[in-house]
Design a protein around this ligand. Structure first.
Ligand code: ISL
Ligand code: CA
Length: 555
């Protein structure tokens, strides 16, 4: 059955870094409203806002102290209502980040829990007695250290999967669930189109809290061990959707890393828990353990191709994944998926083809459309992100030199994607008239939106072309619903596949390397999109230039 969101294109805004209108160095809701026409022009339908709720910002808003209010640094509820009105006018939709695995330690529920751990609000969290002088178990939080934090003057500990300022909410407590459902419906009643759902796979814990074998010098173990084993998340997610999203035909995208093999249909199938889940297979390529970047391994283009194909095929006949090449937790796609020294407008356009032409819902992350790249930071103190600093310290504890640790965090830091949006070549890239909260990438004079808007050969214009193709009357059906069929796998470093629809068949061929590649080819075709001016085709041979990417219609 067709759904309203199937043919949409989504865009993630990281509000703090998008556009600042009052000179405090922090992007705001008015800034987003100001740039809606830019997004509309790009072809965006759905905007996902990273958290803008009240927050002490220990984890940039992913620590919420009040779910019903807007953090003053972003604006007011009036601004939010204006944003909803202005998007509606433009036939656009807004989804917000739903962060309900945990809240902030400044949330009133948690403050009350600390006052009386054995009382009603203690039950809103996971509070357990320590084992002698030690925490209840040896699981490692995603941001390092134990998942348990001792409550002062007691032998009790509370559980936090992320930072200690982000206590996990107790989803086994019906009152907590009721509060969460009420809050979700309150926002949906306001006119939100849905949610991106944060870290949702973590809500189900194995309550036996047993130790696992340590996998690091810290004596702790990755939480994925528990998540792989624990059962029962399905019931929680089903109830969540029935009590909320279903009633509104909302669009929901789950941040799900650990869906078990063969269980995708439970998440995004016809009666799935969510409309969609992110495809993180490219992102976790080479990753040994969650949030321990210094252990990450390099990967080849063939490996990259293989994970893309595998993930695409997995979703066929089941549902639609949300396709990304970067987000606010990842390095810039152009820096991660293009070899250093080969990153240019051509190769960025090749990557853009992968973003938009996979089957699923494209989620473009702010700045991706102009080819923003990783930032270079020369000193650990210049990073802001909690996880970056944590990774650096841990890498050093585990024996890396300071230089090596800095090199590695530069490569993977979440701050790479969080530097301010580069609007133009004026001071601070036109992001703010004040002092930006995070250093602007120094390449803003070469990479900015203003330079690209009127340049028909820019990365930005190329994204527009791709989105136009997806939305055109002629090719919409095949780009949105067409099957995904891999091809040319015998060629190294070539990423090629068909999108086969009811009446049309498109083919994507990308020579994803820095040298020419000849491909035997005996089909009649029409070129729809090409990141070079021409395409050499002689005697049944396609001669693809370095990083040449084409979309052709097979006739
Ligand atoms: O990779 C992971 C699990 O395999 C973890 O990294 C985790 O699921 C992921 O980092 C969750 O990210 C989200 O929740 C965090 C927040 O810091 C991130 O920005 C957000 O995207 C805590 O709310
Ligand atoms: Ca501001």
């Amino acid at each position: 059955m067709k759904k309203w969101w199937h043919d949409k294109v989504a865009y993630q805004i990281y509000p703090k870094s998008f556009y600042d209108t009052n000179g405090d160095g922090i992007g705001d809701l008015k800034g987003i409203i100001n740039k809606l026409d830019y997004l509309k022009e790009l072809g965006i339908d759905i905007i996902w806002l990273s958290p803008i709720y009240c927050s002490p910002m220990v984890d940039q808003g992913y620590d919420i102290s009040d779910y019903y209010n807007i953090d003053p640094s972003f604006g007011t509820m009036d601004d939010m209502e204006t944003l909803l009105k202005e998007t509606k006018k433009r036939n656009m939709y807004v989804i917000m980040d739903l962060v309900v695995n945990h809240c902030s330690d400044k949330h009133e529920w948690f403050r009350k829990a600390l006052e009386d751990p054995d009382g009603e609000y203690g039950e809103y969290f996971y509070i357990r007695e320590g084992k002698g002088n030690k925490p209840p178990c040896n699981w490692r939080s995603y941001f390092g250290g134990s998942v348990w934090e001792r409550i002062p003057n007691t032998n009790k500990y509370y559980f936090h999967a992320f930072a200690k300022e982000q206590p996990d909410l107790n989803w086994e407590n019906p009152k907590v669930k009721e509060e969460i459902y009420k809050m979700i419906n309150w926002w949906l009643d306001k006119g939100l189109a849905g949610f991106r759902i944060d870290a949702i796979i973590n809500i189900k814990k194995d309550l036996s809290f047993q130790d696992f074998e340590a996998d690091g010098d810290d004596g702790l173990c990755d939480m994925s061990k528990m998540l792989e084993k624990v059962i029962g998340i399905g019931d929680m997610l089903k109830e969540l959707k029935e009590e909320t999203f279903d009633k509104y035909d909302a669009f929901t995208v789950g941040e799900v890393f650990n869906a078990k093999e063969g269980e995708l249909y439970k998440f995004i199938g016809k009666d799935g828990y969510f409309s969609s889940i992110f495809d993180f297979d490219m992102e976790v390529l080479g990753q040994e353990q969650s949030n321990r970047w210094y252990l990450n391994k390099d990967f080849t283009t063939n490996q990259l191709r293989d994970v893309i194909f595998k993930s695409q095929i997995e979703a066929l006949g089941i549902g639609f994944k949300a396709n990304i090449i970067e987000n606010h937790d990842e390095p810039r796609g152009a820096s991660r998926y293009i070899i250093d020294g080969e990153c240019n407008d051509i190769s960025k356009k090749a990557l853009a083809i992968i973003e938009v032409m996979r089957r699923g819902i494209p989620f473009i992350y702010q700045g991706q459309e102009i080819g923003m790249t990783n930032n270079k930071v020369d000193c650990i103190n210049k990073f802001n992100d909690i996880s970056t600093i944590e990774n650096y310290d841990r890498a050093i504890k585990e024996g890396f030199s300071k230089e090596e640790a800095l090199r590695l965090v530069n490569k993977f830091s979440r701050d790479n994607a969080r530097t301010p949006f580069q609007w133009d070549n004026s001071i601070n890239a036109g992001f703010t008239k004040g002092t930006p909260w995070l250093q602007v990438n120094e390449n803003y004079k070469e990479i900015n939106a203003k330079l690209q808007i009127d340049d028909k050969d820019s990365v930005l214009s190329f994204y527009k072309k791709l989105i136009n193709l997806r939305k055109s009357n002629e090719y919409k059906e095949v780009v949105v619903y067409g099957e995904f069929i891999p091809d040319l796998e015998a060629y190294d470093n070539v990423i090629a596949f068909y999108r086969k629809g009811a009446n049309k068949c498109l083919m994507v061929i990308i020579n994803y390397q820095n040298k020419e590649q000849i491909i035997n080819f005996n089909k009649t075709y029409k070129i729809l999109i090409n990141n070079y001016k021409d395409l050499k085709f002689v005697n049944n041979e396609l001669m693809l230039k370095p990083y040449q990417g084409i979309i052709i219609e097979i006739l």
